[in-house]
Design a protein around this ligand. Structure first.
Ligand code: ZN
Length: 152
């Protein structure tokens, strides 16, 4: 954390304490550079954001669903668990940001986010995911998509 006194971002935690109600942790920190002491509070994200489905039903964003889809698309691809983990982290973080003040995000926005990330990581996985997600109507559309990402 950035020292409020000198701006150095390295510090050490000198004391951690869970607050009485249990929903926050208070940490006493000391700046490595100037020894200034300050306090940070860590809170649990209390309000899960919601995914709005096509029929307008809402359900809490489910990270494990995203992970399942991503893992399936990446099956037997040269991608590590760490890469998958950080990909899902990025998707969750960006979805949380996109949900904005309403704390709601539409299903297609989440889907596009996953596609965008997969396209960067692995083109084959991208096509696999897209073929399920976009429900290509015919071979032509499928071929178009493959040409678009440049793996034909
Ligand atoms: Zn400092």
């Amino acid at each position: 954390m950035r020292c409020p006194h000198c701006g150095t971002i390295e510090d050490k935690v000198v004391e951690s304490r869970t607050l009485a109600n249990g929903d926050a942790v208070r940490r006493r920190r000391e700046c490595i550079s100037c020894n200034y002491r300050f306090t940070s509070y860590e809170k649990i994200e209390e309000q899960q954001f919601m995914v709005v489905k096509k029929d307008l039903r809402r359900e809490p964003f489910d990270r494990s669903k995203i992970e399942k889809g991503v893992v399936r698309a990446l099956e037997k691809r040269p991608v590590s668990h760490m890469q998958i983990e950080s990909l899902v982290n990025e998707i969750e973080d960006e979805a949380a940001i996109l949900s904005g003040g309403t704390r709601e995000i539409a299903t297609p926005v989440v889907g596009d986010l996953v596609l965008k990330k997969l396209e960067k990581l692995d083109k084959v996985a991208y096509i696999r995911f897209a073929s399920v997600y976009k429900h290509f109507n015919n071979l032509e559309e499928f071929v178009q998509e493959i040409k678009k990402v440049g793996i034909d």
